[in-house]
Write a protein that binds this ligand. Structure first.
Ligand code: ADP
Length: 203
């Protein structure tokens, strides 16, 4: 017997918008998830083909003492050099895509969330039946990034520049979760949306 393909629902939102927080609650409701950020880390783990190629290109400075990728150094390289970003994306995106598909196909819940900061930018919204976008005012988003990651205002703003503006993401989404309030507010919205999705899947 072959498994039927999973119903994939995208969860899009910039860094610090609340994707992990929202996903945690969907998981508690029994919905599985595949996190593109986790996969992106997995494909550059020590001894992976991708990490070997990155090491060859950038030398020992790109590794930490324990042999793992020095993400900070890599981030700095690609922020300043668009050609290097292109090289890195050409190397890693196909591998990430393949691993994401494998993980999605292994899920068994009624639907599965594909959690992705760059869902539209990487065209992975095309895999999804519907897309949920998280909407958060930019100032709150920046403050949450600063306190979670202990980075400067400048770095937080720089990261946001490389991602689609929230309003663009929201325009293209089927559902929007607004995350300016507290976690309890958010969880209540997630529960409502989960029920709406289950009902819509029956139609
Ligand atoms: P993402 O996964 O999109 O990068 P996170 O879920 O990690 O974002 O959220 C960013 C930070 O903001 C985390 O420290 C998280 O605990 C906090 N956060 C998220 N949503 C809320 C909320 N509604 N109220 C307060 N803090 C929140």
């Amino acid at each position: 017997m072959t498994n039927s393909p999973p119903t994939i629902i995208g969860l899009a939102g910039g860094i610090g918008s609340g994707k992990s927080t929202v996903t945690k609650y969907f998981n508690e409701l029994g919905i599985q998830s595949v996190d593109a950020d986790d996969v992106a880390r997995l494909v550059v783990k020590p001894n992976s083909d991708c990490l070997k190629k990155i090491h060859l290109r950038y030398g020992n400075d790109i590794l930490l003492n324990d042999g793992t990728l020095n993400r900070k150094v890599l981030r700095e390289i690609i922020f300043d050099q668009p050609k290097e970003r292109e090289w890195l994306e050409a190397l890693t995106h196909p591998v990430i895509r393949q691993e994401i598909m494998a993980q999605l196909n292994a899920t068994t819940s009624r639907y599965v969330l594909l959690v992705h900061p760059l869902l539209f930018e990487t065209k992975q919204d095309t895999l999804c039946k519907w897309v949920i976008a998280i909407d958060v005012p930019r100032e709150i988003q920046i403050q949450r990034i600063i306190s979670r990651d202990n980075v400067s205002q400048d770095s937080a703003e720089k990261i946001l520049v490389t991602q689609l503006a929230n309003n663009e993401r929201i325009k293209r989404a089927d559902f929007v979760l607004e995350n300016a309030g507290n976690i309890a507010d958010m969880n209540a919205k997630v529960l409502k949306l989960h029920q709406k999705i289950l009902e819509s899947l029956l139609c």
